[in-house]
Design a protein around this ligand. Structure first.
Ligand SMILES: Nc1ncnc2c1ncn2[C@@H]1O[C@H](COP(=O)(O)OP(=O)(O)OP(=O)(O)O)[C@@H](O)[C@H]1O
Length: 252
């Protein structure tokens, strides 16, 4: 693995809904520079764990560390500023703006953190160029002037990824990046994730096991809120508990 230090770590993470424990004593280490997938049958607790890590839900117990710092009680916006950004579900794509305008707005949002609010012509030109480069990197160069609302589903998600990349996150959390996509979009998005994963850490929840096998350096398998296996795809797919969980299908 590229780097052995965990960039995200959950210790004893637990979340109950009433009397039901959706995530139970999870100890997870996501290593810097890796693509790490969270898999498991329906209802295994993947989304709940994701929501805990991105602070959309607060834990009933346990702690979360980001780059060695205890962020258990930090607000979602503050953890995003530290460099942990969730894509696809929270990124803001404005339907009436063009693809290019959407990325530029995201770039401007980032610049506001560090620069004065006024912009010189030179700065605006640089932002325009940067927006064009980002669109190109997600395969949307030829859709630059298309309104977001007119993009196909797969391309809308590529635009969401571009607006997230505009924030230059160190860690990207992707929630089912392939959901609802056709084969062609899946292939393109997998390539995209691989290329944006270069130099970043990616944690993703994904149901498409072919994609998981293809992209992941490490995989954590959840069932009924607990980790049942961890390792490479070859390791977890050979695990008898994992096989049982998947054969058990939706009742995992
Ligand atoms: N807000 C909530 N209130 C009550 N129960 C919840 C809530 N959110 C999730 N659960 C329950 O927690 C369990 C885990 O759900 P979660 O959505 O985290 O699983 P998942 O692995 O993401 O499933 P899927 O693959 O179907 O998206 C499920 O039994 C679900 O019904």
């Amino acid at each position: 693995m590229p780097d052995s230090a965990p960039i995200i770590e959950a210790r004893g993470l637990t979340r109950a809904f009433g009397g039901f424990i959706a995530v139970k004593n999870v100890n997870l280490k996501v290593r810097g520079g890796t693509i790490h997938a969270l898999i498991g049958p329906n209802g295994a607790g993947k989304s709940t764990l994701f929501n805990l890590l991105t602070k959309f839900l607060s834990p009933s117990g346990g702690s979360i560390f980001f780059k060695g710092r205890d962020v258990t009680h930090m607000a979602p916006a503050d953890i995003a500023l530290l460099g942990l950004v969730r894509s696809f579900q929270i990124s803001s794509v404005f339907p009436h703006l063009s693809a290019h305008e959407n990325v530029r707005v995201a770039l401007q949002a980032r610049e506001c953190e560090t620069f004065a609010f006024w912009k010189s012509n030179r700065t605006l030109r640089r932002l325009n160029d940067e927006a064009s480069n980002l669109l190109e990197s997600v395969g949307l160069a030829d859709r630059s002037q298309t309104r977001a609302s007119e993009l196909s589903y797969g391309r809308k998600r590529a635009l969401e990824l571009a607006t997230t990349l505009a924030l230059d996150p160190e860690v990207l959390l992707l929630d089912e990046p392939m959901a609802g996509m056709g084969t062609e979009d899946i292939g393109r998005t997998a390539n995209l994730i691989r290329s944006v994963g270069n130099g970043r850490t990616i944690l993703m929840v994904e149901h498409n096991l072919g994609v998981v096998a293809d992209l992941s350096d490490a995989i954590t398998v959840l069932r009924r809120g607990e980790i049942i296996a961890e390792g490479t795809y070859a390791e977890v797919s050979a695990d008898s508990e994992v096989r049982k969980a998947y054969l058990g299908g939706a009742h995992g």
